[in-house]
Design a protein around this ligand. Sequence first.
Ligand SMILES: Cc1ncc(COP(=O)(O)O)c(C=O)c1O
Length: 389
Amino acid sequence: MRRVYMDANATTPVFPEVVEAMRPYWTERFGNPSSIHLDGQQARTALDRARETMAEFFNCREAEVVFNSGGTEGDNTAIFGLLRPGDHFITTAIEHSAVLQAAERVAQRGVEVTLVAPQPSGLIRPDDLRAALRPNTRLISVMLANNETGVLQAVEEMAEIARAAGAFFHIDAVQGAGKVPIDVRRFGCHLLSISAHKVHGPKGVGAMFVRRGTPLESLLVGGSHERRQRAGTENLPGIVGLAKAVQLAMISLEDGTIDRLTELRDRLETGLLRIPGTGLNGCEDGRPVSRVANTTNIWFDQLEGEALVIALDLKGIAVSGGSACHSGATEPSHVLMAMGLDKTRARASLRFSLLKTATEADVDYVLQAVPEVVERLRELSPVAAGTLG
Ligand SMILES: Cc1ncc(COP(=O)(O)O)c(C=O)c1O
């Protein structure tokens, strides 16, 4: 059966060029970058090259790049590494759990935490961040793009608010990287986190921009790797893969891929919204707000998102209800709830997130399958029958 993967925000396949770039670093170039012999030097050279590429991707100095295990570690490091009891931390109600759970942890340890609510569109108003400031605000953390809706936040304006208040600013750019240009100088942030597996790189590796002079305490201590900011022998194959993946991502931001993706997503979205009893999450005055090119999040009245995910999977289509990072959880999405959807509508929402390799034929297949599945499930639906609240 045909399979169409429309869950790119959960993870992406590693591009063949990335696998090829990584391959020697498991076998003939297996050296430890800390060793002084030739094998070590070769590994060190590869690490240095990967750092150059990351610095280009972030638009920062090479010394401001810290390789790590991915988005969760970057988010955790920003929060645990900067906040101490008595500090105030501002973040938003729509962040990934890697931020929200870390916020809960520091709150238990005496940090004051403010969660700023989004507008119904999913946008965070910079003025709401400003209003949350306190004299002891030390860190503000806001995501660049939301994993569920794709909505892009006004991070430059927010960074300026942080700067004026003397607070540090962290951006979770896990879902924005590869979809919009990353430029830490333009953004004006102190910290920024990305993850390789969302940009066709391997899982379990990522990188963080740490602006020079930011007094960030490392999570891991041990050896003097990563300028003492992240101890542990470097995952060199992973790091080389991440660098190759962001190199390809930089090309894709300029070669028309994003425009093509936007067209495909829009055609998919228009087609899905022709199904009666549907609507788009992430709108203002009936129009979608600024968002990444590959994502659309749609509610289907009278349906359970989970049931729809399973029924579509049986048709060969992979999509996600709520956030895939919490698969197994049946709670409605905290993002959609924070945007003001009621539980039933939040549960009835699906995220379609296209890979950069998505085709017209993929969209046609989904547009053919979804209306049939929706109609069939609605006939059976306890929500439609009024037996489920
Ligand atoms: C916005 C966001 N932040 C952080 C993460 C966590 O990244 P990782 O899977 O690399 O730990 C994810 C993963 O889905 C995400 O979407």
